[in-house]
Design a protein around this ligand. Structure first.
Ligand SMILES: [Zn+2]
Length: 245
């Protein structure tokens, strides 16, 4: 029999999601962080762990946030927002790991809705025509089953009614894990890895790039540079689930 590794991985992913659904039907859900049983009103984590999450509170800042400062002198960005501070060993790390590696796209949507709620009465979401998730390579999407940034975007879109645009930028080459490389090497590696469709819908004036976690900002910097090379006047806001502290 012809052995197709990618297909097998894909089927396993689907099977794991199905198995998870069945387990959730039979057993009560538990908190992703403390493993205590959840009440019917609680989703993904209990209210104690939820209140203990490392929220950035950037939506309340009057002065530039550390995230604004990260991009100063590097990219022309309209505004930025991150919901959570990412610190190793803290509960935010558990949530991000679950979203990226444990087949939990619904968690991304849940957190995306939370982002939209936090931004509801702020200027950040105003005037944004489309949400553009940071693309992942199609091979990674195939094995993971979803793009985590797209799931976050779905949650933001559901609450804010801003449409998602996945058609005009794509990840163009597969370079493997870059997490262990230094900032400059990493930038070189990602700078030309995005390809743009020349057919930007003419209605787009201001987009929000949606990311899962901003660390050095190199991926965003490369993506903004690629977009501005083709569409120099497009206004860009960055919204991330988390930012490394
Ligand atoms: Zn808990």
């Amino acid at each position: 029999m012809h052995y197709n590794k990618e297909k097998t991985n894909f089927n396993l992913t689907k099977l794991t999601i199905l198995a998870k659904d069945i387990v959730e039907l039979i057993l009560p859900s538990t908190c992703l962080i403390c493993q205590n049983e959840l009440t019917r009103q609680e989703k993904f984590c209990c209210s104690l762990c939820f209140n203990d999450l490392q929220f950035t509170h950037f939506e309340k800042f009057n002065e530039p946030t550390p995230m604004d400062q990260l991009f100063w002198g590097r990219s022309q960005i309209h505004s930025t927002f991150a919901l959570l501070d990412y610190e190793k060993g803290k509960s935010t790390q558990v949530l991000l790991h679950e979203l990226k590696y444990n087949n939990n796209p619904a968690l991304g949507q849940f957190l995306g809705e939370l982002i939209a709620k936090k931004l509801k009465n702020t200027a950040i979401l105003q005037g944004i025509d489309a949400l553009v998730p940071v693309p992942i390579h199609h091979r990674k999407r195939f094995t993971r089953g979803y793009n985590q940034s797209e799931e976050i975007a779905k949650g933001i879109s559901k609450s804010s009614l801003i449409p998602i645009q996945t058609k005009f930028i794509a990840k163009s080459s597969h370079v493997g894990s870059q997490t262990k490389r230094g900032r400059f090497l990493r930038w070189d590696n990602v700078s030309d890895n995005f390809s743009l469709s020349k057919n930007k819908p003419s209605t787009l004036q201001h987009i929000a790039i949606i990311d899962d976690v901003v660390t050095t900002g190199a991926t965003i910097e490369a993506m903004v540079a690629s977009i501005h090379k083709t569409f120099p006047n497009l206004r860009i806001t960055i919204i991330s689930l988390a930012i490394t502290k």
